[in-house]
Design a protein around this ligand. Structure first.
Ligand code: ZN
Length: 475
């Protein structure tokens, strides 16, 4: 191991680094028995196979089954074996259990007293499938399986008008202790994210790949009452020091026809909280980079904001407790079907949902095979970047990531969202880029294992400075 190697990049040593790049890539390509072309060299054939295992037929079967429960409202009945959230969560549990003995499937149970939009005391159950990896660090793929329908749905909420739709859902019962059993099929919101999560549990657990990170396939409840299931799980993760590295949350990802008639089945939006080089933003850039490589036919559109205006999702519950999380959202929404009895299977495009599932699968698999992202902060909370040795250089240092065989540094002008340049630097924890003015660029570094699996980037960011109060007035 050559940790702490100091790589100073002059033209000749740059070439040495480039040769190391070739060594890594040739290793990957030589394991590929199919029809690999030159540009396939970055791709892991096992991930290619995993992504190809996503099945439109399986997604269809799951969505149609979820629709049969008629409502999956968190406040609906739990006593029926065929209708309501009790029946739905039991089916999701048994379905994921059937995939592989490697998958540890359980209810994540929380007792929730009446509060906010939870109108009576309930037992809330997230359904969680854990695929243990070699390390405890966790990567989540999630959706919410609960549903809601109210008169007029999201269309009326958006247009600000009163409920006037003859097909609209019946209003909730007056008795707050009665189950909220009005029909709320929720096939897209969020049957789509739920089906994606369940299908990824199947293909990951049946892939035969030993992942470095532990994968968690999480179907949340209580989202429609204020991200309740996600908040409870995130609170538990904080209290129990569960090392959650990333959350890929999917909510409304199955429809490609906007309510205004505009169709887009070839792109997906990925929302992330700021500021601009926050870990969640880096995760969004990672999805664009690696989802885009394995699924080049589907364009990932990172959005530099936490979510759509006035809308929320479970990723924000994790963000608010300090976790790295992004939210996938279909590109063109049909608000008249959301939170409405019309959120049925007819509103789903299976090819579109499958593409979104493939982007999630490629990103989660790459991240789960990669080393953890490097840390780049000193013990005093400052970025490990200086102008040494000349006083005019970019001198980047980082802490070694366990399992890393190489690192890739990234940079871009300090004005603009996308990385513009990258360079593989071998197994070093320090690199010097002569005459690069650190003030003019954003820099970052990712960790890479011996097979080329890359973490998301950790950026060098100066923490905001506290105000220094100056006394004025009397001498
Ligand atoms: Zn939703």
């Amino acid at each position: 191991m050559t940790m702490n190697t100091n790589v100073r990049l002059k033209p000749d040593t740059t070439y040495v680094c480039a040769m190391r790049v070739m060594t890594v890539l040739v290793f990957v390509a030589s394991g590929f028995s199919g029809t690999a072309s030159a540009q396939d060299a970055d791709l892991d054939p096992r991930i290619v196979k995993l992504v190809a295992a996503i099945s439109e037929e399986r997604l269809e079967t799951i969505l149609k089954k979820l629709e049969t429960f008629e409502t999956r409202s968190t406040l609906s009945s739990t006593t029926s074996s065929t209708r309501g959230i009790g029946a739905a969560r039991e089916w999701i549990l048994q379905e994921m259990r059937s995939y592989s003995p490697k998958l540890q499937v359980s209810f994540d149970v929380h007792h929730v007293p009446k509060q906010g939009r939870i109108t009576r005391d309930i037992e809330l159950r997230n359904v969680m499938a854990i695929l243990p990896g070699k390390s405890a660090r966790r990567i989540y793929v999630s959706g919410h399986y609960d549903t809601v329908a109210r008169p007029g749905g999201q269309g009326v909420t958006n247009s600000g008008g009163p409920a006037r739709d003859p097909d609209a859902a019946t209003p909730p019962p007056i008795d707050p202790n009665a189950p909220l059993d009005n029909r709320a099929p929720g096939v897209n919101d969020d049957g789509s994210g739920t089906a994606l999560t369940i299908e990824l549990a199947r293909v990951f657990s049946q892939s035969g790949i030993d992942f470095e990170a532990t994968l968690v396939f999480m179907c949340h409840a209580g989202e429609e009452q204020g991200l309740v299931g996600a908040r409870l799980h995130a609170q538990k993760a904080v209290a129990e020091h569960i090392p959650i590295e990333a959350i890929f949350n999917n909510d409304i990802v199955g429809n490609d026809k906007g309510g205004n008639g505009i169709i887009d089945g070839a792109t997906i939006r990925v929302y992330s909280e700021g500021p601009e080089d926050s870990p969640s933003r880096e995760l969004a850039r990672f999805v664009q980079r690696w989802g885009g490589r394995y699924v080049p036919s589907h364009r990932v559109r990172p959005m530099a904001r936490p979510d759509r205006f006035g809308r929320g999702g479970d990723h924000s519950a994790y963000n608010q407790l300090g976790f790295t999380a992004v939210g996938f959202r279909e590109s063109r929404e049909n608000f008249t079907r959301q939170h409405d009895v019309r959120d049925t299977f007819e509103g789903i495009s299976l090819p579109y949902l499958a593409q979104n599932s493939r982007v999630n699968a490629a990103s989660a698999a790459t991240l789960a095979l990669a080393p953890p992202p490097p840390t780049v902060m000193s013990e005093r909370g400052q970025p490990l970047m200086t102008r040494a040795p000349s006083g005019y250089d970019a001198n980047l240092r980082w802490n070694a990531s366990p399992g890393a065989a190489a690192y890739r540094i990234f940079w871009r002008d300090a004005w603009g969202p996308d990385w513009q340049h990258d360079l593989l630097v071998g197994n070093a924890t320090n690199v010097v880029l002569p005459n690069m003015q650190i003030d003019d660029y954003v820099f970052g570094v990712a960790a890479i294992d011996a097979q080329g699996h890359e973490s998301f980037v950790t950026a060098y960011v100066t923490p905001p400075r506290a105000n220094t109060a100056i006394r004025s007035g009397q001498y």
